[in-house]
Design a protein around this ligand. Sequence first.
Ligand code: C2E
Ligand code: MG
Ligand code: MG
Length: 513
Amino acid sequence: MADSSRGRTGRYHGMVLPSAEIAAFTSTGLLAWFALACVLASATAVALYRRLSRRLHSRLDAAHSQLVELRARDSLTGLISGPEFEVALDEAVLACDKGVAPLALLYIGLDDFRTLNDGYGHRVGDAVLVEAARRLRQGVQGGSAVSRLGGNEFAVLLRTDRAHSGAAAVALLETLQQPYAVQELELQLTASVGIAVYPDHGSRPRLLGHAVLAMRAVKLAGGGAVAHYDPALGVDMREQAQMLQDLRLALERGEFHLYYQPKVDAHSLQVTAAEALLRWEHPQRGVVSPAVFVPLAERHGLIAAIGSWVIDEACRQAAQWRDHGLRMRVAINISGHQLRQDDLVEQILGALQRHGLPPARFTCEITESVAMEDTRHTRAAFARLQRAGLHISIDDFGTGQSSLASLQRLPAAELKIDRAFVTPLVDNPGAAAIVRAIVQMAHALGLRVVAEGVETETQRDALVSLGCDELQGYLFAKPMSATALALWADRDGEDLARPMFRPSLFEATAPCR
Ligand code: C2E
Ligand code: MG
Ligand code: MG
């Protein structure tokens, strides 16, 4: 077959070329074009690749720095994370070593946070944490670092020396203890603060641990306070742990007793009621005050069992007194934890029924700060107590921040003025003015007023003239065992200045509303 290209002629850029040459030229040209295209394509591809890779890199860089940022921050509160805090601590220690700035490490735990989380749910808990973090950040000056190191625990680095660290910690504590407005709730909480100052309270590796130890000691003592690290704390902590072990066994070992302190009518001096005050007779420590072990029992979930023992024992004793002709109202103290128990009222009613006592002769003393919490739980608990016909008394009045409106809402029958206003009554005209105002307000709301901690006759006379209805204190009787109270009452009438038991007085303290 003849080559079809042979014998052909053609023009190329004005030149006449034979067809074979044309063919050779064309294929060479094509090759060249192809090569050029390849070069161009690969150059474009390289440029494209470079551009893409640059873009990818910058995206990766951004993602990486975002990741670093995320790792450096606590996602809930936005505070710096644990590793970042360690870095800040290293820098602060170095600065302190060089004499640039002093250093105090604060470890802060919100008290009873679990109860808040369980009671109101995690959303409310989270909102409180976010707000607490904001307050801490706002409360510290430049050069300080704030971090959340545990669920409800924060660490703060302050460029402060030992002398000023306590005041700085108290200022932060006060900020944290302001009410929290979350989802139409007003929540009040306390916090525990441990302080370790560098280098007095420990070297770099021990500093955080020592601040934590100080914080735990504050918590064990009831919280809501500040403490510096003390080398003895390690020992104290062991002691506290031992005390907790003993407290767990105290009920079954029968180490609890109730003491009773009478309340007397301010005018007739007749005994109106006996307040049950819990005592723990520890085999080695002797009598332990409820101010020491009640907060411990609350913190470790033991108060429900102890509280129900108190309810039953007080009812049993009231029935026994009644059977012996000593008739008086019996009061018990109810802690905030107990008030949140769903079955509290049922427990009280069950005990009253078992011992054949009417609810109106049983008083529940609830401290002002707990009574004013005004949470869903406290409102429901007060409503149940009122429906059950129990007598409610607001204890330690004057120490909290009650408003007239919140006081009016409470179904209380009695208000006990705190000893803090009774003790300075004679020397301090301000205290007298406060007592007068409390009495007037309480009477306007139909509440009977009891003054507690009355120790002298001058105080008694002042309280009577200020209009108090009932008095309680060492002047009349110290808290005593049930047997001692019966003996004390037996001498009824011997001395006219001494309080007397009169059955009719039951009605005088019946609920007013
Ligand atoms: P509270 O209910 O306000 O009791 C009054 C405290 O003041 C009692 O201390 C009492 O012994 C003391 N006191 C009474 N009169 C005077 C006085 O004239 N001068 C002085 N200086 N003190 C006086 P106590 O027994 O150590 O109780 C302390 C607190 O422990 C009570 O304060 C109460 O809040 C709590 N508490 C006591 N028993 C129980 C209980 O069974 N359950 C609960 N949850 N708390 C309890
Ligand atoms: Mg009381
Ligand atoms: Mg009191």
